[in-house]
Design a protein around this ligand. Structure first.
Ligand code: SAM
Length: 281
């Protein structure tokens, strides 16, 4: 393989030079490949779609973790859906006040191969004593569990193949049932410039269950086509409108070692461009 061409969009796409393929297989759920690229480092793709790269993963993982955890301010229990590469887990583990972290990943091969070939993503977090791994469909898990959580982070693939169930109204309703009062659900929600339907349908489906539903964004180079959107769903309308001084104080107290997150970016991420606001009307 000389180049890896992403197949996410019919009309247009990105391609990576492949310096070396580190691992490639058809798991029970999807096609998995991890390869090296001279600019992005190690890159993982599933079913033709780039999932994560060593060079820019910090932007995605810090955005999807520290914004909900610092907005909430008193998180003890976290549920990660998907997330098999370990990047979200690594960021959640930085929060010393978190007492338990459950990850529900459908594909054990992603976890195993990420531990071996993308070790910087988890950076030892799979061995954290607060961590529990469940190999299951995330939609089944939230439908059946009696456990509740302060924050749920859906670090899923796109709504194609195994990830499709993680974008349904039932899934969002079951997440709501699994949240403690004042809790928050965040999800990766694609690139609105390219995947407007995904943004619109998520908004329609989450609004049914949550009093407050919006999106926040970050520009992540490998999710091409503009900013990536993350959905935000909570019954506590005050959470995302915290003032800067509160967020700064929590950030300083948490002593997080980060490269992307800042309290200013945290609040600014909720300021949506007009073309995204149009979709939410
Ligand atoms: N950051 C990436 C992105 O947005 O492109 C996604 C990261 S990747 C870790 C997403 C993970 O979701 C994969 O490991 C995949 O196996 C997992 N996944 C997909 N469908 C799932 C499901 N129904 N339940 C649990 N995990 C699922």
């Amino acid at each position: 393989m000389n180049r890896y061409s992403e197949t996410l969009y019919d009309a247009w796409g990105q391609s990576f030079a492949v310096d070396k393929v580190l691992f490639e297989t058809h798991t029970d759920h999807q096609h998995l490949v991890i390869f090296k690229n001279s600019h992005y480092g190690r890159v993982m793709a599933l079913d033709g779609v780039i999932q994560t790269t060593e060079a820019d993963e910090f932007i995605y993982h810090e955005s999807l973790t520290h914004i909900p955890l610092l907005a909430h301010g008193d998180v003890k229990k976290v549920l990660i859906i998907g997330g098999g590469d370990g990047g979200i887990l690594r960021e959640v583990c930085k929060h010393k006040n978190v007492e338990s972290i459950t990850m529900v990943e459908i594909d054990n091969a992603v976890v195993e191969m990420s531990r071996e070939h993308l070790p910087k993503h988890s950076n030892g977090a799979f061995d954290d004593s607060r961590f529990q791994l469940v190999i299951d469909d995330g939609a089944n898990f939230v439908a059946e569990t009696e456990q509740t959580f302060d924050v749920i982070i859906s670090d899923s693939t796109d709504p194609i193949g195994p990830g499709e169930v993680l974008f349904t109204q039932d899934f969002y309703g079951n997440c709501k049932r699994c949240l403690n009062p004042g809790g928050v659900l965040v999800t990766q929600n694609g690139v609105p410039f390219m995947q407007a339907d995904e943004l619109i349908s998520t908004h329609e489906r989450q609004q049914v269950h949550f009093a407050d539903n919006t999106f926040y964004t970050a520009a992540i180079p490998t999710y091409v086509g503009g900013v990536m959107a993350f959905s935000w769903a909570s019954d506590n309308k005050d959470l995302r409108a915290q003032n800067l001084e509160i967020i700064k104080a929590r950030f300083e107290q948490a002593e997080l070692a980060v490269r992307f997150y800042t309290p200013e970016l945290h609040l600014g991420a909720f300021a949506l461009p007009g073309y995204i606001q149009e979709h939410l009307k």
